[in-house]
Write a protein that binds this ligand. Structure first.
Ligand code: PLP
Length: 482
């Protein structure tokens, strides 16, 4: 079906949907309508967000939501799961083909869940079985209370190493607010203070010393590519399992921008991801594993997860099928080339970027050095101007994790709207103009404020107008009339 026909049909579907929902709760129907208007009307530069396609969105709202299907394909704890089996097997097959993975587990409800499933997969595979053998029993059912006690201690006594938070790692890579920081002995590796890049020799030295069971690579706020082949060599030296969390950049892997040593699949034994960031699918997660881990990962439900969300797995299958197309590969290449254009736009206007640029989808602007602002002030001032970003720590951040010194920008969402390199250069211009005209205001205690700021008069409406020109030229869901 041509795109215009798809959009015309989606218009009918969504108009009907809103009317139907309004009969039960009009406030919800109104909020859904308003959210589309808000998303259409703002420059979304949040690096972790995107706009799912209409077929993906529509696949989420079905009666598959009503079905219980604990277990996995062909092995369910509930009756009547034939159609869920079709959905889950289709999504898994698309994921395996798209990424060239040996085995895909498509149930995780989010990225955090995917990581928890992955950690327990690795622990189950590497800790439980040797312990059972040593204890001279065949199955967990034969374990005595004392054996369980020993096992609990062994499971709780393992080591994990991931990238530090201020270098761009994620909370789930062993940090205290997340369960991963409580269940493992944790250490982290950072980046070279001079360049901002990962220093693989330094990582190797730390890994040799700490000897983790799990080495985690992957990030949420690192604007550079990672050599996963080198990370695997480092992991192998100490017998660690390499797990790559590609939550942020899965779209660049799917779209064949990251290949060879930069492709986590094939280099890491376990790869986790979200499906809703650069991959542009529904909100959810996935785990891709080498065959060795397949049986363990398939026990993710009920080990860690509740009943699978078959409606979300339907949408994953749709999005993964779309990600196999040449169109998606062109989209992924545009994400990366647009990020370069955005970075160059900042550099040309004198701003300072962490690592001096980007070669993925992220640009991390040091707003303290560039504009004399905290990340908090910059984020708020930009939001006033209709530009949605998020504040982010930079390596060695003097303003801490709450106020921060950076703003993180990403190109996946606006690239989905059709923004090209010229449009991203104008985005850099609007951001620089806004932040140059913003000053830190004094806090009530008379000290330089970390949250308060003042903006030059008339600035916001001028930036708003220019942003709207760009947004109108690149409409979200063009032809969808709601
Ligand atoms: C976003 C993200 C997650 C968490 O994803 P949720 O779906 O929000 O749970 C995990 N890891 C990384 C690296 C991420 O960027």
């Amino acid at each position: 079906m041509p795109t215009t026909d798809v959009t015309a049909k989606a218009t009918i579907a969504y108009q009907a949907m809103l009317e139907v929902i309004a009969t039960a709760e009009p406030t919800v129907a109104e909020a859904i309508r308003k959210e589309l208007a808000d998303q259409r009307g703002s420059l979304k530069l949040i690096a972790s967000e995107n706009y799912a396609t209409l077929p993906t969105l529509l696949a989420m709202g079905t009666w598959f939501s009503d079905k219980y299907a604990e277990g996995t394909v062909g092995h369910r704890f509930y009756a009547g799961c034939a159609n869920v089996d079709t959905i889950e097997a289709t999504a898994a097959r698309h994921a395996e083909e798209l990424f060239g993975a040996q085995h895909a587990y498509v149930q995780p409800h989010s990225g955090i869940d995917a990581n928890l499933v992955a950690y327990w997969t690795i622990l189950s595979h590497r800790i439980e079985l040797p312990a059972l053998e040593e204890l001279g029993v065949k199955s967990a059912n034969d374990l005595s209370e004392q054996d369980w006690e020993t096992l609990r201690h062994r499971l709780g006594d393992q080591r994990l190493m991931g990238m530090s938070l201020d270098a761009g790692g994620h909370l789930t890579h062993g940090f205290r607010p997340n369960i991963s920081g409580k269940m493992f002995h944790q250490r982290s590796y950072g980046t070279d203070p001079a360049t901002g890049f990962i220093d693989y020799d330094a990582v190797r030295a730390q890994v040799r010393e700490f000897k983790p069971l799990i080495l985690v690579a992957g990030y949420s706020a690192y604007p550079r590519r990672v050599n996963f082949a080198t990370m695997r060599e480092i992991a192998d030296e100490v017998g660690a399992t390499l797990m790559v969390d590609m939550a942020h950049f899965a779209g660049l892997v799917a779209g064949k921008v990251f290949t060879g040593d930069e492709n986590p699949v094939g280099n890491a034994q376990v790869v986790t991801t979200t499906t809703h960031k650069s991959l542009r699918g529904p909100r959810g997660g996935m785990v891709l594993v080498d065959d060795e881990f397949a049986a363990d990962v398939d026990r993710g439900c009920p080990m860690v997860l509740g009943g699978p969300l078959a409606n979300m797995m339907s949408a994953k299958a749709v999005a993964l099928a779309q990600a196999k197309t040449p169109d998606f590969q062109a989209y992924a290449r545009a994400i990366a080339s647009n990020a370069k254009a955005l970075a160059e736009g900042f550099l040309r206007r004198g701003a300072t970027l962490v690592t001096g640029g980007t070669d993925n989808h992220i640009v991390l602007v040091d707003v303290a050095t560039s504009f004399g602002l905290t990340g908090r002030q910059a984020e708020s001032a930009l939001l006033d101007a209709g530009i949605v970003t998020n504040r982010n720590s930079i390596p060695g951040d003097p303003n801490g994790a709450w106020y921060t010194s950076g703003i993180r920008l990403g190109t996946p969402a606006l690239t989905s709207r059709g923004f090209d390199a010229d449009a991203f250069d104008r985005v850099a211009d609007l951001i620089c103009e806004t932040l140059n005209a913003t000053t830190a205001a004094t806090a009530s205690n008379g000290k330089p404020g970390k949250a308060k700021y003042e903006m030059a008069e008339g600035l916001t409406s001028r930036v708003h107008d220019e942003a709207h020109e760009l947004l109108d030229a690149n409409p979200l869901y063009p032809g969808l009339e709601l």
